[in-house]
Design a protein around this ligand. Structure first.
Ligand code: DOR
Ligand code: ZN
Length: 346
């Protein structure tokens, strides 16, 4: 049995850092293990222009813990007003690494998202031309579609037609939560990949709803039934280069989660690597952990893998992670993996 594992330092290909006090609280939790992260642009107001992204990047760099070499990989929030030239210039400058498509109303702070995809085709065509990836929150938001079916319906009614119209567009289907999403990304021709979160590998909707409603497991896309969780585990541990880690670690203070209308988001930055080692060991696939966390993502984004390494060590005593963090905005609850975590990161 493996008790220690040395892997290249991981990257997080989907992270919410927020801003201000919350950013200062959560940034060290990511930089402790991760070298780089794709930074989500859904601030209020969102990060829409190159100028916004540059300013946000500077705020992140200024808040880094002393000595940290963490690199924030910036994204722009796609709106129907986005200027293709601004996007292209930001990519040429090395400032941005992706553009993010939120269908309007899909999730936290997505009001300025895209209502009519055709209105952003000029931007998408430009991106296809220059090789800039589009990160997609793949859910439809039409009220008649059941929340558990939003991803599957998106694949059929939005993603497939978009890819037929602009086949050269590089796409990352983010936080895949269903076997439909996994099958789509595995089999589709062309330049497509997908990220999978830590929490969707560890929990299914029973964890969220059986024996009481657990608001800290509420996220979007919502956790699905166990058979989908199994499909995600199979894909993540397969070594298939199309799949890699995007934690979607998304902090909200307890007051916003434990509410009559709670926010979507799971904060998992701190214990993600312990959780993943746990999952990969359960799946008998510790040998593919490095591909998922540290190799497939950089390859996809045209970046070298990190030279630095981390060591994961399996200990008899479970690792003690704090249940909560104090932030200037209020307490923040860490993802509860619903099982003891014996893998310790050094
Ligand atoms: O659960 C989520 N939280 N899903 C998202 O897509 C957004 C995120 C957030 O920003 O809180
Ligand atoms: Zn997200």
């Amino acid at each position: 049995m493996t008790h220690t594992l040395s892997i290249r330092r991981p990257d997080d290909w989907h992270l919410h850092l927020r801003d201000g006090a919350m950013m200062r609280a959560v940034l060290p939790e990511t930089t402790r293990h991760f070298a780089r992260a794709i930074i989500m642009p859904n601030l209020v107001p969102p990060v829409v222009t190159a100028q916004d992204a540059r300013a946000y990047r500077n705020r992140i760099l200024a808040a880094l813990p002393d000595g940290s070499t963490f690199q924030p990989l910036m994204t722009l929030y796609l709106t129907e007003q986005t200027d293709p030239q601004d996007v292209a210039a930001a990519f040429a400058d090395g400032l941005i690494h992706a553009v993010k498509l939120y269908p309007a109303g899909a999730t936290t702070n997505s009001d300025s998202g895209v209502k009519t995809l055709r209105r952003v085709y000029r931007v998408l065509e430009k991106m296809a031309q220059i090789g800039l990836p589009l990160c997609i929150h793949g859910e439809v938001t039409t009220p008649e579609v059941d929340i558990f079916d939003r991803e599957q319906v998106f694949l059929d009614t939005v993603l497939a037609p978009l890819r037929a119209d602009i086949p050269e567009l590089k796409i990352t289907l983010e936080h895949i939560t269903t076997s439909h999403g996994i099958n789509y990304v595995s089999d589709a021709p062309g330049d497509i990949a997908g990220t999978i979160t830590t929490h969707h590998l560890m929990i299914n909707r029973n964890h969220m709803l059986v024996g009481g409603i657990r608001p800290h497991y509420y996220c979007l896309p919502i956790v699905k039934r166990a058979s989908h969780q199994m499909a995600l585990r199979k894909a993540a541990t397969s070594g298939n280069p199309r799949f890699f880690l995007g934690t979607d670690s998304a902090p909200h203070v307890d007051g916003a989660k434990e509410s009559a209308c709670g926010c979507a988001g799971v904060f998992s930055a701190t214990n993600t690597m312990s959780c993943l080692a746990h999952v990969f060991e359960e799946e008998g696939a510790l040998d593919t952990l490095e591909a998922f966390t540290s190799l497939n993502g950089p390859a996809r984004y045209g970046l070298p893998p990190n030279e630095a390494r981390i060591t994961l060590e399996k200990r008899t005593t479970p690792t003690a992670y704090p249940a909560k963090f104090d932030t200037e905005d209020g307490p923040l609850t860490l993802f509860d993996p619903a099982t003891p975590l014996h893998w310790h990161v050094t």
